[in-house]
Design a protein around this ligand. Structure first.
Ligand code: IPM
Ligand code: MG
Length: 369
């Protein structure tokens, strides 16, 4: 008695639909070869929703996202909608989903596939074997803090305001998720803030220390200022195991971490809420890369980050560890076979399109059975 797992697919804008098409082929493969069936509904988000409904996401789509087992998300945004007022921007669709679904824990693994070690802009020996996990707080901090806005001052100037704010509970719950994950890895957790200049950072450091020392005595906790962390990530990234940090620092540090792996086109992510009484948690899976307007519609995009995000969905939402590992293995084999999209192209390798990358991956999956 296994009820079908329900997924809401939101391809979004730019290269989102292109990479999502390849990902859906992988889901179809799972249905055929592994009898893993999904009920897949599709919806609009970002500019795609703006063009049809005049809003970056409709209430109906948000409601559906809350009901399904998992949301698979492509990317949002593009030059066509850049000049819109803030509340209408495509990005608001994604931010609204994160907030209303309360997806406070954003997992961004940066793993360097052996075949890509040389594609990184860093020296091979620095990134070879790299496996770090950034846990980014996703529903608080300066992204959502009040007051915010742009106001007119009496002297005619304008003033832009955003507020960095965290409560103990917001810090504790994300640190807990990170510490639990560290426990299953090398048991090393680095908490990142700017406690030297920000009160919210002082609180972050104190609460992280309390949570880890009282609940995770087996996890080794260290602290680092965010600027130093950015530097350490490019100096000696393998010193890290799990990093936990706030919304804005996590946004920035995860882009830096992505490049260590060869390309932003390789980095998946999972955004998770709290578990309810039945153990179920709301979840959204998306690649860390954006909508890449410069290459849209040219069949150039790398679909692997989106496909690896679907693998994370299998692992975290559906407990299908074997299937997740199969997809990751297939990605590794494709890369080992010298197949590359433009973003990870290296001398002597075969440069392929989005769809050919999808074809090649499916062939590897067939071999793995
Ligand atoms: C990310 C993106 C988003 C963010 C944008 C698209 C709103 O950069 O997921 O990293 O800033 O969180
Ligand atoms: Mg970002």
């Amino acid at each position: 008695m296994t009820a079908n797992r329900s997924i809401l697919v939101l391809p979004g804008d730019g290269i989102g639909p292109e990479v999502m098409t390849e990902t859906r082929r992988v889901l179809d493969w799972l249905g055929k070869r592994r009898a893993v069936k999904f009920d897949v509904a599709e919806g609009l988000c970002g500019g795609a929703a703006l063009d049809v409904h005049g809003v970056p996401i409709t209430d109906d789509t948000v409601r559906k996202a809350m009901e399904v087992d998992a949301v698979l998300f492509g990317a949002v945004g593009g030059p066509k909608w850049d000049k819109l007022p803030f509340e209408k921007k495509p990005e608001r669709g994604l931010l609204r989903l994160r907030k209303e679904m309360d997806l406070f824990a954003n997992l961004r693994p940066a793993i360097c596939f052996p075949a890509l070690a040389e594609a990184s802009t860093l020296k091979t020996e620095l990134v070879q074997g790299l496996d770090i996990l950034i846990v980014r707080e996703l529903t608080g901090g300066v992204y959502f803090g009040q007051p915010r806005g742009i106001e007119r001052l009496p002297d005619g100037q304008r003033r832009g305001v955003n507020t960095q704010v965290y409560t103990t509970d917001e810090i504790r719950r994300v640190v807990r998720v990170a510490a639990e994950l560290a426990r299953k890895r090398k048991k090393k957790l680095c908490s990142v803030e700017k406690a030297n200049v920000m009160e919210s950072g002082v609180l972050w450091r104190e609460e992280a220390t309390k949570v880890v020392t009282s609940e995770f005595p087996d996890v080794e906790l260290s602290h680092m200022y965010a600027d130093n962390c950015a530097m350490q990530l490019v100096r000696n990234p393998k010193q890290f195991d799990v990093i936990v940090t706030d919304n804005l620092f996590g946004d920035i540090l995860s882009d830096a971490a992505a490049m260590l792996t060869g390309s932003l086109g390789m980095l998946p992510s999972a955004s998770l809420g709290a578990r309810d009484k039945t153990g179920r948690r709301k979840a959204l899976y998306e690649p860390v890369h954006g909508s890449a307007p410069d290459i849209v519609g040219q069949n150039l995009a790398n679909p692997l980050a989106m496909i690896l995000s679907a693998a994370m969905m299998l692992r975290y939402s559906f407990d299908l560890e074997a299937e997740a590992a199969t997809i990751e293995k297939a990605v590794e084999q494709v890369l080992a076979g010298g197949i590359r999209t433009a973003d990870i192209m290296q001398k002597g390798k075969a440069r392929v399109s989005t769809t050919t990358m999808g074809d090649t991956l499916l062939r590897e999956l067939d071999k793995l059975g």
